[in-house]
Design a protein around this ligand. Structure first.
Ligand code: 26M
Length: 820
């Protein structure tokens, strides 16, 4: 290029109100093809998004160049899910443009809040695991870690939940309907991903090699998203793959003259990235799901190896250049894929390839539930990925040889540790553990239980692989954006800087003793409740009374999380009043908020949703309660709603059976926003309680060892119902049809499951839970003391910033260089 403009670095528009207005109007006119006077809300939203993008692009291009030239080790985060939440506000904050944009839009007669509300969040994840990935890419950018997030651009994200007669109905989430202004499609950087076929050996100049002859392939087209760091001038990349039909595929079928078949084939290819599977704990071994996993992982590895890595790169040095972090087992097929690339394509010998591969992967486990551990049948794997199955068998053979060397001919142990089970299924968690350099759990207790239980024999053999990285959340989204008033109060007290150094919240401890600060803190909470009231009123017609304790349980519906325990508490309070044992006027007024989606195939979870709504409609309308108990269950809980609900909460419900919730991350968001937790000794609750202190946390229930003990002794839930009069009354009331117009059959499965099975020991923890709730009521009666506790929760939970989690990954797993 010779033109001076072409030689200069890309320039951002001027960061002034005038500059912003000019860029905005330019986008409105040129990109949307409309004048301001005739622009729709979608037009102005799209033009606004494009404008914010324009400010970030120069930095982004610079960082992409740096990334290519940088010799430092990079992180490739592989995750099947990214639950991003809305982008506009986050990108305005990160680029420091919020005020300028607000003024600029106002000058154009546009209210920025209307623009915020217009965005449909990309719900490309189920829950905790997907949201964690989104927090991590935020922190990676904020800490200037060279990194790329790789994932899938599902055309339909997590379903939209509506209620009909209190029951969950799933609607498609057409988040792309208006087009997504935050993405950049790059068809020229597409990768080809192949499937099925057979393997064969061939003579490669005297060397006998294996190769894969696939039967069909699809095109993986990347869509790049900007991930701006928080006001640090960095912009990382999130690369999400979309499946399209290959040209070859098209031509072959089109040339055969079968037009309809050719179009059908196109649809077939596009199916791969069509929809996010809405299960978040019970993998079902569906072929399409495996196709999704291999699709994004193969595309990502090919992208890294051919587009990011320099052409002449010496593969022996790969471990100094990159680490692929596996977000649960969903991307674990990346391990045999890397082996295939190194051995079959790059012609490395097996041992060299294996040494490289082992150093280039690390695995994060997110569960303890045995039914959640992913397995793929040998038949399915062999059909869809025949070469990968061969590679897995060889990895397993060599691994079992090492087990034999170490432990002798202990056949039981060999069966237990085999990557391929006797049921002819590949255990993906075992493959990840054997293949990776590190395995981490997501909270101290979880990591300990992984080592002691789930992966015990692997820990015996390779203890150095195991480590912990306690989860965290991004304070930018979950404090600054979700709770602007609290953020302002904190900044007024501490000055700026705490958002990127969250341990500085400690300095708030002394403010907890200041009556003026407590009053200010309490009025922030009150304002947040009113804001939530406005949102819920408009959204679903629910009211949140000012003087109610706001008691919140928001998370996926799962039996182990025990929404039914919360429900039994509500039914107990109700029963006390209607039976006349307690006067309504003696109740601490409370509003119970639930938010929960159930996997569409999870019948018990759906029945519990129905029951929550049923109890709600009875409780909310019974005049005997004098309006002192309200149950509010807004449908379609998502990141956007979380950002409204969490800052308003007084009480955070974290009541899973001890030893079942790997970490939880909602628990951290609540504490950081000044809610007190009622919780079991489970997941990260343990660490929250240690930090905030017993006086500022309502602990109840069995500990994990107590759970084990009761289980071993033979758990009989009926005995607990016998022993607690109120528990029996509550169960009887539900069983009597009191919440189902007298129909006893509707909720009978829920009641008999609790009475006769109760895998998650709801009844065993009931008495202790009710007692803890009574301590909550007593504590809330002294509002000022409660506020003090709430402030201490904020002050002492800075540890749970995802920045800290990322630093732990760097120190314990990635060993990447600190930012320049
Ligand atoms: C598997 C197969 C098919 C379809 C979906 C899945 C699947 C998807 C998501 C399985 C599990 C999934 O997520 C598990 C999860 O969200 N685990 C949560 O991870 C959080 C972040 O570490 C923790 O805080 C939670 O405790 C843990 O439950």
């Amino acid at each position: 290029a010779t033109h001076p403009l072409a030689l200069a670095p890309v320039a951002s528009p001027p960061a002034t109100v005038d500059g912003f207005v000019r860029e905005f109007l330019l986008n409105l006119n040129m990109e949307r093809g409309v004048a301001l006077s005739s622009a729709t809300e979608t037009d102005t939203y799209m033009a606004l998004a494009a404008t914010v993008r324009d400010y970030l692009v120069a930095r982004w291009l610079e960082d992409q160049r740096r990334q290519r030239e940088d010799q430092r080790k990079a992180v490739c985060y592989l995750s099947a899910e990214y639950l991003l939440g809305r982008q506009l506000d986050n990108n305005l904050l990160a680029s420091g443009l919020t005020e300028i944009a607000t003024e600029a839009l106002a000058a154009c007669g546009i209210d920025i809040d209307t623009m915020r509300a217009h965005e449909v969040e990309p719900g490309l994840g189920n829950g905790g695991l997907g949201r964690l990935a989104a927090c991590f890419v935020d922190s990676l950018a904020t800490l200037s870690v060279p990194s790329i997030g790789y994932g899938i651009r599902y055309e339909y994200g997590i379903f939209r939940q509506v209620f009909r007669g209190g029951e969950q109905i799933e609607k498609p989430d057409a988040w792309l309907a208006l087009g997504s202004p935050w993405e950049f499609r790059h068809p020229e950087s597409a990768q080809t991903v192949s499937f099925a076929g057979h393997t064969e050996t061939y003579d490669d100049d005297g060397v006998i090699r294996s190769r894969w002859v696939p039967a069909w392939s699809v095109r993986a087209v990347p869509y790049n998203y900007m991930v701006p760091g928080y006001q640090n001038g960095r912009v990382n990349t999130l690369r999400l793959w979309s499946a399209e039909a290959t040209k070859a595929f098209d031509l072959r079928t089109f040339n055969s003259g079968d037009y309809v078949e050719a179009v059908r084939a196109q649809t077939f290819a596009e199916n791969i990235s069509k929809v996010l599977y809405p299960e978040d704990s019970t993998p079902q071994g569906k072929e399409l799901r495996l196709q999704q996993q291999y699709f994004f992982v193969a595309a990502s590895i090919a992208d890294y190896m051919t587009k990011v890595l320099p052409e002449d790169f010496d593969l022996e040095d790969l471990p100094e250049r990159v680490i692929f972090q596996l977000n649960d087992t969903h991307p674990v097929i990346a391990v045999p894929e890397m082996m295939r690339v190194l051995v079959d394509e790059r012609k490395l010998d097996w041992d060299a390839a294996w040494a490289i591969t082992q150093k280039c992967f690390a695995y994060t486990c997110h569960t303890l539930l045995p039914e959640a551990l992913e397995v793929w049948s040998v038949d399915l794997l062999g059909r869809l990925l025949p070469r990968h199955l061969e590679i897995i068998y060889r990895i397993n053979d060599e691994f079992l040889l090492r087990v034999r060397e170490r432990f002798g001919d202990d056949e039981q142990r060999l069966r237990d540790m085999s990557i391929v089970s006797e049921q002819r299924a590949v255990r993906m968690a075992y493959l990840a553990t054997v293949a990776g350099s590190k395995v981490n759990g997501v909270a101290e207790l979880h990591s300990q239980l992984l080592r002691e239980r789930v992966l015990h024999q692997f820990d015996e053999m390779m203890p150095e692989k195991f480590t912990n990285v306690t989860n965290g959340v991004t304070p930018r989204r979950f404090m600054r954006l979700a709770n602007p008033d609290l953020s302002e109060l904190i900044t007024a007290a501490l000055g700026t800087g705490w958002l990127t150094d969250l341990e500085r919240l400690r300095e708030l401890e002394s403010y907890a003793e200041d009556p003026d600060f407590r009053a200010a803190f309490a009025s922030v909470k009150a304002a947040n409740k009113r804001r939530l009231n406005d949102v819920l009123m408009k959204r679903d017609g629910f009211e949140i009374a000012d003087d109610h304790l706001l008691d919140v349980m928001v998370k996926r519906l799962h039996e182990y999380k025990r929404q039914t325990l919360k429900l039994l508490h509500i039914v107990t309070l109700y029963e006390r009043v209607v039976s006349g044992r307690v006067a309504a006027s003696d109740l601490q007024p409370r509003t119970f908020i639930f938010g929960a989606k159930a996997a569409p195939g999870y019948a018990m979870a759906k029945r519990v949703i129905h029951l929550i709504n049923a109890v709600g409609s009875v409780v909310n309308n019974d005049p005997r309660l004098e309006g002192r108990l309200k149950v509010v269950f807004p449908p379609n809980y998502n990141v956007t709603l979380a950002e409204r609900v969490i800052p308003a909460a007084d009480l955070s419900e974290q009541i899973s059976l001890a030893g079942k919730e790997a970490s939880g991350t909602g628990n951290m968001k609540f504490a950081l926003n000044g809610a007190l937790t009622i919780g079991t000794d489970d997941g990260a609750n343990v660490e929250i309680r240690e930090l905030v202190g017993d006086d500022n946390f309502f602990l109840f229930g069995m500990s994990e060892p107590e759970v084990e003990e009761l289980w071993a002794a033979g758990y009989r839930p009926g005995e607990f119902a016998q022993a607690d009069d109120e528990l029996r009354r509550a169960l009887d009331l539900i069983g009597s049809g009191a919440f189902s117009d007298g129909d006893r059959s509707t909720f009978e499965p829920v009641v008999s499951n609790l009475m006769y099975d109760d895998r998650f020991m709801v009844l065993a923890d009931y008495t202790s839970y009710i007692a803890a709730q009574e301590r909550v009521d007593a504590a809330y009666a002294d509002r000022d003391a409660w506020t003090r506790s709430a402030i201490l929760n904020v002050a002492r939970t800075g540890f749970f910033s995802s920045d800290r989690s990322i630093r732990d990954y760097i120190d314990r797993i990635w060993h990447t260089q600190p930012a320049r």
